[in-house]
Design a protein around this ligand. Structure first.
Ligand code: S3P
Length: 747
């Protein structure tokens, strides 16, 4: 079955001719009829086989058309009205009519003028594709492949069955030529296109015109190189088409030009004033945005291993067996990387960071502070330079702050933003949008903050600025470093003293780093307090390797006979070494070598060799000290002799996913008896079989099942691994280096 019987292309140029060629190539329509202004174009289109027959008037063929046919209007925007008038006079109202104009508001007004209403058979659209060549000879059957087509159907079409059918038909036609179809409303379309397409054309045309005519050197283009060529390519697009677009989308284009002109003159002043920091700000922000766009074009996300993190589907196929040997350094600590950007931004002076984790979560924090007006250079091989703006120097962001998968960013930022003079909104990805935020919102409200979440306490978090905060004395209901840190950051802006008491020790990187930045802090037992009114002084930070990432390779060596791994420069802060304590309790052979202190944090090289493991009852006081390491510890328990019992770990149920459930399900699939309980699990050591497990998009679950393959009897397939890049962008490379044999499959 062909999609349509007759396709009528009005205007047989690049846009119309290419749809004709694409449908013909795919055998999706019986006959193609062209309408062109001149007999010459008609003959050329017939000769080239772009159309079967061609005419100069629609009235020559309109009596032939019926409900299986489609008319595609592909003439310059301002010529559309006269085509609509001809269509109205003779084309039956069961024939589907669509168009390809780059502006939709003006075409919509033309439709209303001509038809007096919104005709059910008219579906406005815009294929986002084009080229510098024009005319019938430019027709290209692959022009629309993998390009977007935006349809802007009339508002109420969904409630009208006939209108719906016409929209579906147009959608099917575009999909048949391998375009990606999306829907949008007309005004939104015109504003977006004004900014991203029409404004760049204005600038490119104007720049080339300026250089070609207003400079006194005729030969100037001779000296121009690749940059000029890339930047001005679009200035050889069809002049009439672009003239029409400017006139048709005048209002939206004028506001884009105004915005750009303001920014350009600000940049001019910055150059005049030789303000190097602000210049760095403009260029680093632009570079980061363009790099992200480049990755988007390649369908990738921030870090180079990743596709668009919310869309990408990655599966790991891990071969069974092998052993784990070698010396490696895992990337920088995630918690410390977040905090280095936050405190560096709030400090006075320039903070140089080394060893920064270039994973999605920490990059989300970095981008957020750029959005808050901080000039940040890098990251470049773990080096980042933050030009601090002081505690009161952040600027209002122009839109919601998106922090991806990162709970740490959202919770810590909530405290910091609660103390600002401006409003802000924090949003996250699907997983983060399900995580509880009342644990920070409630105590912040007690401090006088104005914060809204959704009705179940989940993101988005909306924070009203300009509130007067006051210190509180807060006893944490759960052991959470994120909540503790959030309140301490809010405390920097609160009148009086902010005091936080924790039920069990949790990671203290915020406290250590605040002190490193010269901020006074009182620490007594499980209580920490600070007063507002101080300042942070920029300093240099060396981020140690992340013990949470090192854990996967520690467990890999601990469970696999004949293994011997050394992990260098790992942070061994006493509030983070629960995993070492628990593995040692199970019988693991772990040596801490070369212990030293770097920038206020203890580090060591960790050597771990295989030794048989025993099941244990995990001491509850170790739970907060190993909170992120349990997915891997579950794997160690599965490989141990006897039973391991975990209790007091209900927090695991509200991590990136419910980690108790996710590990219990996966281990059961692999033949291990693992009974989940409300606050932990009972894991019986046994033989790990091959099988397919789900990571539920949780990075640590994905990496844990990957290392389990070392002891498995068959291949383990781990689904949904894209988020590994949130904390450990080069995990698969390092896993390969130490002897795990793994294929990454981009689904
Ligand atoms: C973190 C604290 C922990 C941890 C998270 C990072 C931090 O969360 O799970 O990955 O950087 O403060 P909780 O404090 O909520 O337990």
């Amino acid at each position: 079955m062909m999609l349509i019987k007759k396709l009528v292309v009005v205007g047989i140029g690049l846009i119309g001719g290419s749809l004709a060629a694409a449908l013909r190539k795919r055998g999706q329509c019986e006959e193609i009829i062209g309408i062109a202004q001149t007999q010459e174009t008609c003959s050329r289109a017939e000769e080239r086989g772009v159309v079967d027959r061609a005419y100069t008037q629609i009235s020559d063929i309109c009596h032939e058309l019926g409900e299986d046919d489609l008319v595609f209007i592909a003439v310059p925007t301002l010529a559309i009205k006269s085509v609509l008038i001809q269509i109205k006079s003779c084309v039956a109202d069961n024939v589907t009519i669509t168009d390809g104009a780059s502006v939709k508001g003006s075409v919509y007004r033309d439709v209303l003028d001509v038809f007096g209403a919104e005709p059910v058979n008219v579906v406005l659209g815009h294929p986002i594709a084009g080229g510098e060549k024009s005319g019938v000879d430019a027709a290209d059957a692959s022009l629309y492949e993998n390009h977007r087509v935006i349809l802007t159907p009339f508002k109420d079409y969904a409630s009208d069955e006939v209108a719906r059918r016409h929209v579906t038909k147009v959608r099917n036609v575009w999909q048949a030529v391998d375009a990606n179809v999306i829907e949008m409303d007309i005004d939104q379309h015109d504003v977006i296109l004004a900014a991203t397409s029409h404004l760049p054309h204005v600038i490119a045309f104007s720049l080339v015109d300026t250089l070609a005519n207003d400079t006194h050197n005729e030969n100037i283009f001779r000296y121009a190189a690749g940059g000029f060529r890339d930047f001005t390519r679009i200035a050889s697009s069809d002049a009439v088409m672009w003239r029409d677009i400017m006139l048709a989308n005048k209002e939206a284009i004028l506001s884009s030009i105004d915005l750009f002109s303001r920014n350009l003159s600000r940049l001019k002043t910055t150059i005049e004033n030789e303000d190097a920091t602000q210049l760095t700000g403009v260029f680093t922000r632009a570079k980061a945005a363009r790099d992200r766009f480049t990755l988007m074009l390649m369908n990738q996300s921030y870090s180079s291993k990743m596709k668009n993190i919310e869309e990408k589907q990655i599966t790991y196929k891990v071969s069974p067996g092998g052993n784990a040997r070698g010396t490696i350094r895992v990337p920088g600590d995630k918690s410390i990387s977040h905090r280095s950007i936050m405190l560096g931004s709030l400090a006075e002076g320039v903070t140089n960071i080394q060893g920064f984790l270039e994973g999605e979560d920490a990059l989300a924090t970095l981008q957020t502070f750029r959005d808050l007006g901080v000039v940040i250079e890098g990251p470049d091989n773990g080096r980042v330079t933050v030009h601090g703006v002081g505690l009161h120097g952040l600027k209002a962001p122009s839109s919601a702050l998106y922090v991806g998968n990162s709970g740490t960013s959202m919770r810590l930022l909530s405290g910091l933003l609660a103390g600002q003079t401006f409003d802000s909104t924090l949003t996250g990805d699907e997983s983060l949008s399900k995580r509880p935020m009342n644990r920070v919102a409630n105590p912040l409200r007690d401090m006088g903050a104005s914060i809204e979440t959704d009705e179940s306490g989940r993101p988005p978090v909306k924070i009203a600025g300009g509130q007067k905060l006051h210190g509180i004395n807060y006893v944490l209901p759960m052991a959470s470093a994120q909540v503790k840190s959030c309140l301490l950051l809010a405390g920097l802006y609160a009148e009086g003293e902010t005091t936080v008491t924790e039920p069990a020790p949790t990671r203290d990187h915020t406290e250590r780093m605040l002190q490193g930045f010269g901020y006074q802090l009182k620490r007594e037992g499980s209580t920490v307090s600070l007063q507002s009114g101080g300042t942070l002084k920029a300093c240099d930070i060396e981020v140690p390797a992340d013990i949470s990432s090192a854990t996967f390779f520690m467990v890999a060596a601990a469970i696999t006979p004949d293994s011997d791994i050394t992990l260098t420069h790992v942070g061994i802060n006493p509030t983070r070494i629960g995993v070492i304590n628990i593995l040692r309790l199970m019988g693991a052979d772990i040596e801490l070598q070369n212990q030293r202190e770097v920038g206020g944090e203890p580090v060591a090289d960790i050597r771990i060799r295989y030794a048989p493991l025993q099941g244990v009852e995990i001491p509850e006081e170790q739970v907060p000290l190993a909170i992120d390491e349990f997915p891997a510890i579950f794997v160690a328990a599965a490989c141990a002799d006897g039973v391991t019992v975990l209790t007091g770990a209900e927090e695991l149920r509200v991590k990136e996913t419910d980690r108790i459930q996710a590990m219990a399900e996966g281990l059961s699939t692999l033949g291990i008896s693992c009974e989940p309980t409300a606050d932990g699990a009972v894991i019986h050591g046994g033989e790990i079989l091959g099988g397919e497990v789900e990571s539920f998009g949780d990075h640590r679950i994905a990496m844990s099942f990957t290392i389990a393959a070392l002891r498995a009897t068959g291949e383990i397939t781990v689904k949904n691994c894209a988020n590994v890049a949130t904390s450990f962008p080069n995990f698969t490379d390092l896993a390969g280096q130490i002897g795990i044999s793994l294929d990454v499959i981009d689904v």
